[in-house]
Structure formats: C-alpha cells, structure tokens
Design a protein. Structure first.
Lengths: 228, 249
C-alpha cells in the first residue's frame, strides 16, 4: 500500500471516528450551541427590546456570539485525545500530523461551526435583522466559521498540554479573529443598508483559502510541540 | 560550517554571551543616556511648539519612537522565534521571550501617550481609529505570548510554543492592520516615509535622536533581562557558580 492512499484513508477513518464520538457525546456537543442561544438572548435584555436598535447591532452581536461559542468548543478539540494518549499514537503512526490536524479541524467545523450556520435564522429573528439581509448573514457564517475552526485549532493545539488552557486559549485566539469579525459584520451591515457587499464576501473567501492552506501546518507544529 | 552558523553557535553559548553582554552593557546604557538627554533637551526645550497643536505636540517625541519600537520588537521576536524553532538555538529562544515584556510596555506607552495627545487634539481620549485599534490588538498579541510562556513549566518548551504563537501573530498582523484601516481611519497619515519628511528639521532631529535612543534602551534592557533569565535557568550549572562566586569577592 503506497503512503499516499494511506494518508487519505487515515483522514477518512479519523473523520468517521471523530464524528461517531461526537454523536455519542451529544450533550457535550450541544453546550456551545446553547451558550450561543443564551448569549444572543441576553442582548435584548441588556440593551432594551427596541426593534430598530436590535436590528442595527444584530450583525455584530450574532458574529460575536459565534466567536464566543467557537472558542468555548475549541478547548475540547484535542484535549481528550491528548489525555488518553490517542494523539501520541496518531503522531507515531507515520501519517503526516498535518493530515490528522486537518481531519480534526473538519470534524470540529461539522460539529460546532455548521450548527451555528443552521441556527442563524433563529438568531436573526430574535435580533430583528431585516429578512433581506438573512442570506448574506448565512453566507458570511458559511465562509467564516471554517476560518474560526482553522485559526482556533492553532490555539487549541498550543494549550492542549496545559492544565488550565481554556482561559488562556481565548486570549490567544480572539486577537487573531479581529479581521474576520470586522469584515463579516460589515458585510451583513452593508446588506442591511442596501449597499454592495460582494467585496467583503470576496475577502472572506480569500481568508478561508489562506487559512485552509496555512493553519493546518501551524496546528501540526503546535501539536508536535505539545507532545514532546 | 559557514560564518553565519558559527556566529549563531558562538553567541549561543551562555557563558560567552554572559561575559560579552556584560562588557557591552555599560556602553549601550551610556549611549542611551546621552541620546536621551540630547533628544529630550532638543525636543522639549529647543524645538518650537507646533503651530496647530501647540505644546501638546511634544508628546510625539515619546509617542512616535514607542510606536516604532512596539512594531519592531514584535518583528524581531518573530525572527528570533524562527531561529529558535528551526535551529533550536537556546539563546534565540531566551532573547525572544525576554523581548516580549519590553515590547508590551512600549505598546502600552504608545497607547497611553497617544490617548493623552488625543484629548487636546481630537477632543477625546479614545476613538476606535484604525491605528489605535491595531496597536491595541498588538498589545493583546504581546500579552498572549507572555501568557502562553508563563503557562508552561518547562522553559524551552514554553519558549518554542511562544515563538510559534508570535509567528502566527506576525502573519496575521498585516491582515489585522489592513482590515482595521479599511474599517475606520481618523489617525493622520505617516509623516515620515522613505520618500521624505513632512516635519521641519528642528522637530525632526530630536525625533530621530529619540528613535535611536529607544533602540539603545531596548538593547540594554534586553541584555539585562536575558542575563537574568540565563542565570535563573542555569543556576545549577558550573559556569553560573563560577561567575557568581567571582562576583561576590
């Protein structure tokens, strides 16, 4: 068996295993999503239920809540595999660690990122986002949540061997999310105001490709470091 | 072995570095003090007040050099991080992590002086302007590197993790800068570019003196911090005992 087919087989096997594990631990998977719903529902209570005000801050609020929910789920991305030694076995299996990192990131997006996209119409309804901007919100989340998983996985890999890595993780990752937050929230706001937003979406697509090609290598380097 | 690797391995030897930096330090501190006194005298006493901003423009002699240093030190940290990660040079790792607090302080000084200058000039201490925002994000990046280093027990592993984070930050920094610039701009455009200067020589000379003075402050402070960290990490090694027992007598 050549090494190339071995790597793609390992990738698929790892994706299947992690998806299965995620569905066996459904309540753990639900927690970041419930957190997302709770955070968004706090905003009308905090700033007042005025529909105009809620509509104008909706793009930023929904995106910030998506950021917070992602960071909450990042801490568990590598932790259980690190603690029971599975990660070590992956690393010495001969397959590139980058492939292993990419598989784990993909499952993280399927389990933590995609549900945010699916929940976003409900959030838009709560925050009184104009309905003609809903499709743009969904597109920005579709393009942006994979970037959250990819960039966040670097932070997750760097803090996996630390006992209390969770709080540190947010400090490491949030500054890196700044460009994404700015551009995504701006695209949705532009759509609300009836302005063109294709430029912002193009930038987000470029960001996704850049993160997809660069982040797995950094994550793999960080994982190797944590396993030392 | 080529000359570059020879240089790295020679400076990479802790006892050699300790002795060499000890000889260098009085000179770097001396040059810093001379430049500081000259720059402050020319800037605060001799230079004319700005015809638009008045006396408050003199904050620039502290603010601009600090802002330069905040970015230069982060870039240097990335360079030292690469040397540490690729060639496993321990001195580069130690100097990388010793640079982080200095860079963070310069960033904080640039933010604080900028906001003090903003009050009389813009009428407010803080605006979410592009440069202020990217400088604030830079401060968070510095604090992240320091926090990650502090969280690890083993110093070499800690330094390599921090170096990796600094590298990720350096890739992200231009993206952050451009996204924030595109988002909101109020700050004046740079007055000092490679094309030339928009500042009169009576103000430019003290500014440049202060820029060089800050570089010497960074070098001196970095050497002191690196020496202390070396002694702390190598406290059970023979060369440290040798130096410390010699210094006591």
């Amino acid at each position: 068996m050549s090494h190339r087919t071995g790597a793609s087989k390992a990738f698929l096997a790892l994706v299947r295993r992690d998806l299965l594990l995620a569905f066996r631990r459904r309540s753990e998977m639900m927690q970041p999503l419930l957190f997302l719903l709770v955070v968004v529902s706090l905003f009308p209570l905090g700033v007042g239920p005025s529909p105009d005000l809620l509509g104008s801050i909706a793009p930023g609020v929904i995106w910030i809540a998506a950021l917070l929910a992602t960071v909450l789920s990042l801490d568990t991305l590598f932790r259980s595999d690190f603690e029971d030694g599975t990660l070590e076995q992956f690393a010495i299996s001969g397959h590139p660690v980058t492939v292993i990192a990419l598989a784990k990131i993909m499952v993280h997006w399927l389990v933590a990122g995609l549900p945010i996209v699916l929940l976003s119409p409900l959030l838009a309804l709560w925050m009184n986002l104009p309905m003609d901007a809903l499709d743009v919100l969904v597109i920005t989340l579709l393009l942006g949540t994979p970037v959250l998983s990819l960039v966040g996985s670097i932070g997750g890999a760097l803090t996996v061997s630390l006992k209390r890595g969770g709080q540190l993780l947010s400090l490491l990752v949030f500054p890196l999310y700044v460009p994404l937050l700015i551009i995504a929230a701006n695209a949705v706001s532009a759509a609300v105001a009836g302005l063109p937003y294709s430029g912002q979406l193009g930038l987000m697509g470029a960001g996704l490709i850049a993160a997809l090609t660069l982040a797995p290598f950094a994550t793999a380097a960080a994982l190797k470091l944590s396993l030392e | 072995m080529n000359r570059f690797m020879l240089f790295i391995h020679k400076t990479g030897s802790p006892p050699w570095f300790y002795n060499f930096s000890g000889k260098l330090l009085p000179w770097t501190w001396g040059v810093f003090l001379v430049l500081l006194v000259a720059g402050l005298y020319l800037g605060l006493v001799k230079a004319p007040p700005d015809y638009l901003q008045g006396e408050s423009a003199r904050i620039m002699y502290i603010h601009v050099p600090s802002a330069y240093m905040s970015m230069m030190i982060y870039a240097l940290m990335a360079v030292m991080g690469v040397i540490g990660l690729v060639w496993h040079v321990r001195m580069a790792e130690i100097m990388m992590i010793s640079s982080a607090p200095i860079g963070a302080i310069f960033t904080a000084i640039a933010l604080a002086t900028g906001s003090l200058w903003g009050r009389p000039t813009w009428g407010t201490y803080w605006v979410w302007d592009a440069r202020l925002t990217s400088e604030l994000v830079l401060l968070f990046l510095y604090l992240g590197v320091i926090g990650l280093y502090a969280a690890y027990d083993e110093p070499r592993k800690a330094a390599r993790a921090a170096a990796l984070l600094a590298l990720v930050g350096v890739v992200n920094l231009p993206i952050i800068h451009y996204s924030v610039t595109w988002w909101n701009t109020l700050h004046q455009p740079p007055s000092l570019t490679s094309e030339g200067s928009a500042i009169h020589p009576s103000m430019l000379v003290p500014l440049l003196i202060m820029v060089v003075a800050w570089k010497f402050f960074y070098i001196s402070n970095l050497l002191v911090r690196t020496r202390l960290r070396l002694i702390e990490q190598d406290q059970r090694k023979r060369w440290v005992h040798h130096i410390l027992s010699g210094a006591d007598r």
